[in-house]
Design a protein around this ligand. Structure first.
Ligand code: GLN
Length: 559
């Protein structure tokens, strides 16, 4: 049986529970332990697939086609595992299961209740992750903040779980905030004490506290937190704000979290080395030689997490090129954007990410035209590829009114349309072309130069596709189909021959990039952006910037 670590969060949301959980996994993996991760989400949606990225951040897609919480992205980026459907459980799924059973009469007339029926189903889900697989440790992150009504059944389930498996087989880690009050010039421990108090009311005594803080938590303060929260002083782990999120595993290890975990879970202690991670990821992220600015043109640019994996992958592309990447977020949906391209004047690369519905399309098309004509490196992802096709049809092939049937069913040139399969799907939830599919890469293309492989596998999340009726006209006009599904039916990648780097794909490469292994397309996109910068903005290439990886710029629409 694997050992279980449960991670909860208190005081406020957005403390970085996902990153903390992934960092613990990274540290344990470095010791040679086999680690699985799981996220329990308290909302009633069955999965985040139908949720707006404005409310809950990006929808992260796994190989098996599950539409999951973005924290699974952190898990995959920090560790070597790939995850899937069973690694993300929502209250919606749990209730759906219980109610389906109830309707079928499985409960034989018994009263169906939160305890035990909902909590048992949650425990089944926790056990399900390691069913038929051999893991040493399973890390389960509980979404939400302690004290929320919504997450109570999950907390009750993990309390019972610990009761069943014992304290040497399970561990509670609680992430809290130790705020610095400027006027008093002091760090305050009271919110942490209250949060732990709330957990204890539910019957959970945390074993380890990870304390988010702006300032150093000194030994006396750690002792105070330990005393009032009833944990060992070594189990109070400082989590100071960092420049790059990839520093977290190093910081936690320096605080000795792994020693406490191994001791409490009776795992034989081996130091394990994060040396490669430090050298190949963190050192470069903190002290890159180059700096390059690229624009992400989308409609949700004001939301921090809406394109989370895209932003992270750009940073990975930077790390692979020894460069900082300054991401300029350009909102394509604000009035004025369509009229003004001045926002793109200082960037060396333009990326258009995926999206649904028509908002902001015209702004994206203008940005793509600008990239194509001015030979600025361009990377289109999913809807970004579809827009690149529409732009090419309208402005190069002279197909006036060319469009996707997603936006205009009566377009005279429906260059993007639905294939037979997708046409039949009625419900919006879980009915798209989802998950990993193979793709043949044509030799002698930029795509092949990036992948160096004739067949690849990438993750998808879309309904619409390139309309094959137009293949010949596009090819004659200079657009190459560099990636095609093995049965020859679906266009997966396009590129322009007459451009230094204009590549777009129907799939989502951002779900497979890692800080220590940048996705080849992101790596080459940044490499070509650096080339563009060298010839167009020679002075800015080596500019050292104080906060290396997290620098971002947002642009106002009226610029
Ligand atoms: N809306 C487009 C489609 O459904 C693109 C989807 C996406 O970018 N993820 O095909």
């Amino acid at each position: 049986m694997p050992k279980h670590i449960f991670v909860t969060g208190g005081v406020v949301s957005s403390l970085g529970k996902g990153i903390a959980s992934a960092s613990i996994a990274k540290i344990l993996e470095a010791k040679g332990l086999k680690v699985a991760m799981q996220k329990l989400d308290p909302y009633l949606n069955v999965d985040p697939g139908t949720m707006s990225p404005c409310q809950h951040g990006e929808v992260y897609v796994t190989d098996d086609g599950a539409e999951t919480d973005l924290d699974l992205g952190h898990y995959e980026r920090y560790t070597h595992s790939t995850y899937g459907r069973e690694n993300n459980l929502t209250s919606g799924q749990v209730y759906f299961k219980v109610i389906t059973k109830e309707r079928r009469g499985d409960y034989l007339g018994g009263t169906v209740q939160v305890v035990p029926h909902i909590t048992d189903t949650i425990k089944e889900g926790i056990r399900g992750v390691s069913k038929n697989k051999r893991y040493d440790v399973v890390i389960t992150e509980i979404g939400g903040t302690v004290g929320d009504i919504e997450s109570l059944p999950f907390l009750e389930a993990i309390r019972q779980f610990r009761h069943e498996v014992g304290s040497e087989n399970s561990l509670f880690v609680h992430l809290t905030l130790v705020p610095y009050i400027r006027a008093a010039g002091e760090l305050k421990t009271k919110p942490t004490q209250h949060s732990v108090g709330t957990l204890r009311e539910i019957g959970i005594q945390p074993d380890i506290l990870i304390c988010r803080t702006e300032k150093k938590i000194d030994q006396p303060m750690k002792a105070k937190i330990a005393l009032f929260c009833n944990v060992e002083p070594e189990a109070v782990i400082e989590a100071r704000d960092v420049t790059s999120i990839y520093e977290c595993p190093l910081m936690f290890k320096a605080e000795g979290i792994d020693k406490v975990i191994c001791r409490k879970l009776r795992i034989e202690y081996k130091s394990g080395s994060l040396h490669a991670w430090k050298k190949e990821v963190v050192d470069i992220a903190l002290r890159p030689r180059f700096s390059v600015k690229v624009a992400v043109v989308g409609k949700h640019t004001e939301i921090q997490d809406a394109y989370k994996s895209v932003y992270e992958s750009l940073k990975h592309g930077g790390i692979a090129n020894d460069s900082q990447v300054i991401i300029k977020r350009v909102n394509s949906d604000k009035p004025g954007t369509a009229r003004s391209l001045s926002q793109l004047k200082d960037v060396s690369g333009i990326l258009v990410p995926g999206a649904f519905d028509e908002r902001g399309i015209e702004g994206k098309l203008l940005a793509i035209r600008y990239a194509r004509e001015k030979k600025v490196p361009f990377f289109g992802i999913c809807l970004g590829m579809q827009c690149a096709v529409i732009e090419f049809a309208r402005n190069v092939l002279g197909m006036k009114g060319a469009n996707s049937t997603e936006f205009n069913k009566k377009s005279p040139f429906p260059v993007i349309s639905l294939s037979g399969e997708q046409e039949k799907a009625k419900d919006p939830g879980g009915t798209m072309r989802l998950g990993a599919y193979p793709c043949d890469v044509r030799k002698d293309t930029k795509a092949y130069r990036a992948y160096k492989a004739e067949q690849i596998s990438e993750r998808h999340r879309h309904r619409y596709e390139f309309n094959n009726e137009y293949r010949e006209r596009f090819q004659k006009g200079g657009m190459k189909f560099s990636g095609i599904s093995p049965n020859g039916k679906l266009v997966e990648m396009v590129e322009l021959e007459s451009h230094p780097w204009f590549v777009a794909c129907q799939f989502h490469p951002e779900f497979k990039s890692k800080p220590d292994l940048a996705h080849p397309l992101f790596r080459d996109f940044i490499a070509s952006a650096l080339e563009f910068q060298k010839s167009n903005f020679p002075k800015s290439a080596l500019k050292p910037v104080p906060a290396p990886t997290e620098v971002e710029e947002k642009t106002a629409a009226h610029e």
